[in-house]
Ligand binder design. Structure first.
Ligand code: FAD
Ligand code: UDP
Length: 394
């Protein structure tokens, strides 16, 4: 589907830069190169829409849903927030997650309320909760793995209840086989703060992610071609520079073998009831439940409707690459591809798949803005004193 705000035009037009991928990495680079440098940019994406994995759309019930699972925007970077604010208004939203454990719905990340509800306790202060956790924590000399992180903080019982099954399902690996960075994303709290994130800026694009991407790409210097693979586009255009945001191993035709990515199957449903669950996301850490979490979008959008739409996430080994898998042997293989990438002065690799980093959206935006600055510094593109994107909000 090609939305009206996104132009398509003949590829016979001359372009300066070809960008593969219309997700955050590709869209930020396209916007900066077009509006900041006056470059003529062709953006191609093999999918039939812009937005990459953040793509959202109104389903048959009129609910704004995320095709590739829940995307909650949060950042501590004012630069990133201000930049995106040029293309969207925001709806304040603080994400809350409950875990379905032993028949209870308890806050995740684990906090004082979680402990009280699960164990029938009455811990009233942070110090009470800290002492309770300290008595269960199993000290680990060097925290290496995703298991070490949790066991050393909360002990084995809570680790098994909240992390072991979820992680085995999500990654197809035991937490002991994954980098510590994976579970370090989820803190343990002694307070009753039940927000999933504590970042300074937490909000959802008011009209959705896709609308924001359409504004970013709505520039006279930007042409978007959807349903077109980089491999086909590159045969048809001659450009000075390429920005590649797809999987780096695919770019180099898997010369050193395939880099592992984890995939998901998304099962979307609409139910004829106002509410499905009390919060935006409920996690199901038990290993015998096939899905990891259920998202109910109305919590994210604030929409009012007699029906509600939800998504189940079922982890898969095969399918679209969604997650780089953080562990040392994969990083070593990525480094071999990165060496090839560094030798290619004509191509810039940016984004979650091209740099094989488990990045959130804001980190990809930050990476893309920094990449643009480096392209200017290296003299690969200039800085044209042109007006900002016509679509940018005043
Ligand atoms: P992508 O969004 O993957 O975009 C890359 C694009 O390149 C894709 O559209 C793809 O079709 C295209 N492409 C690839 N190869 C080619 C090719 N050869 N030719 C043409 N096009 C190609 N982040 C958060 O901050 N908060 C969240 O709550 C959050 N939730 C997430 C939930 C899930 C289930 C997933 C998978 C990710 C989540 N993320 C979240 C991470 C977020 O999706 C990424 O940080 C962000 O989308 C990465 O942007 P990107 O441009 O690097 O990659
Ligand atoms: N995790 C878990 N249980 C949970 C939530 C998270 O074991 O209830 C682990 C799991 O390994 C997950 C990682 O922590 O992949 C990071 O969680 P996050 O919510 O940040 O994952 P994402 O939203 O990126 O899928």
């Amino acid at each position: 589907m090609i939305r009206p705000a996104v132009r398509t035009a003949s590829r016979r037009k001359p372009f300066d830069v070809l960008i593969a991928g219309a997700g955050f990495a590709g869209a930020v680079l396209a916007e900066r190169l077009a509006a900041g440098s006056g470059s003529r940019v062709l953006v191609v994406d093999r999918r039939p829409h812009v937005g990459g994995n953040a793509y959202d759309h109104h389903d048959a019930a009129g609910i704004l849903v995320h095709r590739y699972g829940p995307h909650i925007f949060h950042t501590n970077s004012r630069e990133v927030f201000d930049y995106l604010s040029g293309f969207t208004d925001w709806r304040p939203y603080e994400h809350r997650v409950l875990a379905d454990v032993r028949g209870h719905h308890v806050p995740m990340p684990i906090n004082r309320t979680t402990l009280n509800r699960l164990f029938g306790l009455d811990l009233t202060t942070d110090a009470d909760a800290a002492a309770f956790l300290a008595a269960r924590a199993e000290p680990v000399d060097t925290i290496r793995s995703a298991e070490d992180v949790v066991v050393s903080a909360v002990g084995r019982e809570l680790y098994e209840l909240f992390f072991r099954g979820y992680t085995r399902k999500q990654w197809g690996l035991d937490p002991s086989e994954l980098d510590r960075s994976v579970t370090q994303r989820v803190p343990t709290r002694t307070s009753t703060d039940d927000r999933y994130f504590t970042d300074t800026f937490q909000a959802m694009p008011a009209a959705g992610y896709t609308a924001m991407f359409e504004r970013m790409l709505d520039h006279p210097n930007i042409t978007v071609e959807l349903g077109l693979d980089y491999a086909d586009a590159v045969r048809e255009v001659e450009v000075d520079h390429t920005v590649f945001t797809g999987p780096i191993d695919a770019f180099f035709e898997h010369r050193f073998g395939a880099l592992p990515y984890r995939s998901l199957e998304f099962r979307h449903e609409t139910h004829a009831r106002r509410r499905f669950q009390p919060v935006g996301v409920v996690n199901y850490p038990a290993e015998d439940v096939p899905y990891t979490r259920i998202t109910e979008y109305k919590h994210l959008t604030g929409q009012v409707s007699p029906s509600t739409s939800i998504t189940y996430e079922l982890p898969r080994a095969d399918g679209d690459p969604y997650y780089p898998i953080p562990r040392p042997e994969n990083q070593a293989l990525f480094k071999r591809y990165e060496a090839l990438a560094l030798a290619r002065q004509d191509v810039t690799f940016v984004g979650r798949l091209a740099t094989y980093r488990y990045y959130n959206m804001d980190q990809v935006v930050g990476q893309a803005l920094a990449t643009y600055r480096r392209l200017v510094e290296r003299g690969i593109v200039g800085t044209a004193p042109v007006a900002p994107s016509s679509a940018a909000l005043a």
